[in-house]
Design a protein around this ligand. Structure first.
Ligand code: NAP
Length: 537
């Protein structure tokens, strides 16, 4: 079945879109293990996916670095040395560049090339993929490794942006040349993960920083100092165990909750549990304590109150602290990990503006004008997030059976059976597509990539022409995804996770918030049971 890797726009076995964590591993599996002819198209000028684009000051991983990597290559796990608990963006990018070189992947990756359309021909059972450089490739399998937040940055429609005479940059497409903030009056709009990461670093560089905050956020201190030499020795010695635990865990990390309900223990024990994890820092605070924080309101109130108190203890000015205390429940949005975020508001050269109380009216030529004040700004940073999930997919004109467009198939919300395939789009696979989990992403990506390459191997061995999601299985799965989210804290706040961050976008739950280990098992069980939930022909 293998087609030669053809550079003249003829036929290959598989086209992979994107050269981030997903696309790189997919290429390795299909080419080096199955011997397929594969082309990878990447819109950016280098490999790395989100880690190529998100190079704003302070950008770093907010999953523990030792677990935010590929698990399948035990030698790579020993060879690679992470410098810190939560590696900074340049380090993750160089890890992915190293991975591309280690497996000689670059020769099959075409950079600076965006896939603009993909159309399925039912007679031939092949996809025709067209790029913005005018190349057309025929492929049997189409695999998207475009992530959830890749290039669809969200720039709000603020009147006057076009006339603003200062510089402005979005965190998700930060320039490659250094942006000099020294002596500048800088404004940051947005306090999600990106804003919270960049605000302390920008404050160190700028003459004055003004933060325009719409919704206050919870954030967990990273505590980089807890990863010392002993920590790394232990990690390297125990990687097998780390992955074994991660693969069956609730969120893809090598730890579990403590099995207890928050209200089932004494006030002292609860407080001691939160304090201990808070001292350790990082995402483990969110998913390593009580089992019911995300499902039980009373349990959640205890952790939310604990975190609100930490903000009041850290921020010296009570009025500023009051603006920074969130009202929504912790874990109703994706948790954030920071490096001295709240401490930044103790600086005299940092101003916090609550734009819910006094909304931004416009950008003038020289600053940001809210309902009551004009703030002079030289450089404006938009940390305003992404048109998540649908943005990257709808940026490509994808047409399946009978010419049905993906944008129409997903008009009521994006959907895929266990995040992998959508009905009417045969032989198209979506790595961590809608309905997939959203915990530690590299391990979810590995689960999907391995599933897809096993599936393609199975099709080849059994002479199967097409595979696509069974529409009923897909519908049932997305109903379960919605039900799970509605019963949890996730229904209690608006964010990119449910599409509510983009004005006019249809609200929909697109991630499975059940147990990661169960999800992973389900993926492999469906395969073992003859691809139950999929239609093969
Ligand atoms: P985000 O979480 O969507 O945050 C966007 C921020 O911009 C919010 O504070 C939002 O306010 C604000 N905003 C949007 N439009 C606005 C407007 N018109 N006026 C004022 N404020 C406005 O985006 P993000 O921070 O880029 O993070 C997105 C996701 O990227 C994260 O959840 C995470 O999954 C990923 N990420 C990961 C890392 C990592 O370390 N691994 C780092 C950065 C990002 P509201 O809250 O009121 O909507």
């Amino acid at each position: 079945m293998s087609e030669p890797n053809n550079r003249d726009g003829a036929a290959v076995d598989a086209v992979v879109i994107g050269a981030g964590f997903s696309g790189l591993y997919m290429l390795h599996r299909l080419r080096d293990q199955l011997g397929l002819g594969v082309r990878v198209f990447e819109a950016a000028g280098g490999v790395g996916g989100v880690w190529y684009y998100n190079r704003y000051p302070g950008a770093r991983c907010d999953s523990d670095g030792f677990a935010y990597c590929y698990s399948f290559d035990s030698q790579l796990l020993q060879d690679w040395v992470w410098h810190g608990k939560y590696p900074a963006q340049p380090e993750i990018l160089s890890y992915l560049e190293h991975f591309a070189d280690r497996y000689d992947l670059r020769r099959d990756i075409t950079l600076n090339t965006k896939v603009v359309s993909a159309e399925y021909d039912e007679q031939a059972a092949r996809w025709t993929v067209t790029t913005d450089t005018g190349e057309t490739v025929s492929t049997r399998f189409l695999i998207t490794g475009i992530g959830h937040l890749s290039i669809a940055r969200y720039v709000p429609e603020i009147p006057g942006l076009a006339e603003f005479e200062g510089e402005w940059h979005h965190t998700g497409s930060w320039p490659h040349e250094p942006v000099d903030l020294t002596g500048k009056r800088v404004g940051v709009i947005g306090t999600g993960s990106s804003g919270v990461q960049c605000i302390p670093v920008v404050a160190d560089q700028a003459e004055h920083l003004t933060v325009f905050q719409r919704t206050p956020q919870y954030s967990i201190p990273a505590r980089h100092e807890t990863a010392d030499e002993n920590f790394w020795r232990e990690i390297k010695a125990n990687y097998d165990d780390i992955w074994e635990k991660s693969r069956v865990s609730a969120t893809g990390y090598p730890w579990q909750h403590n099995g207890k309900r928050a209200m089932g223990v004494s006030d002292e024990e609860r407080q001691e549990t939160y304090e201990r994890l808070w001292r350790q820092g990082g995402v483990r605070f969110a998913n390593g304590s009580f089992r019911d924080l995300v499902t039980d309101e009373a349990a959640n109130r205890t952790v939310s109150d604990f975190m609100r108190e930490k903000i009041r203890e850290t921020v010296r000015d009570p009025e500023t602290a009051g603006k920074l205390v969130p009202r929504h429940p912790f874990l109703s949005r994706r948790p954030i990990v920071d490096t001295h975020y709240f401490e930044t508001y103790n600086r005299d050269d940092v101003t916090l503006v609550d734009v819910k109380a006094t909304p931004i009216v416009e950008l003038t030529r020289t600053g940001v004008r809210t309902e009551d004040t004009e703030y002079p700004i030289d450089v404006l940073i938009l940390a305003t997030g992404f048109d998540a999930v649908t943005g990257p997919y709808f940026g490509i004109d994808i047409r399946g059976r009978d010419g049905v467009r993906l944008i129409d198939a997903w008009k009521d919300g994006p959907s895929a059976y266990i995040g992998l395939q959508t009905a009417n789009f045969p032989n198209m696979f979506t790595i961590t597509g809608p309905g997939s989990t959203l915990g530690n992403l590299p391990i979810t990506i590995e689960t999907h990539v391995e599933w897809i390459s096993d599936c393609i191997g199975h099709m080849r061995a059994n002479d199967i022409r097409e595979i696509e999601a069974d529409p009923d299985a897909e519908k049932r799965w997305m109903a379960q995804v919605t039900e799970q989210a509605e019963q949890s804290m996730l229904s209690k706040a608006d964010s990119w996770i449910n599409g509510a961050n983009i004005p006019g976008k249809r609200r929909a739950y697109v991630f499975y918030f059940g147990h990661f280990g169960h999800f992973r098992r389900l993926c492999f069980d469906t395969a073992e049971q003859g691809y139950e939930g999929f239609v093969l022909s």
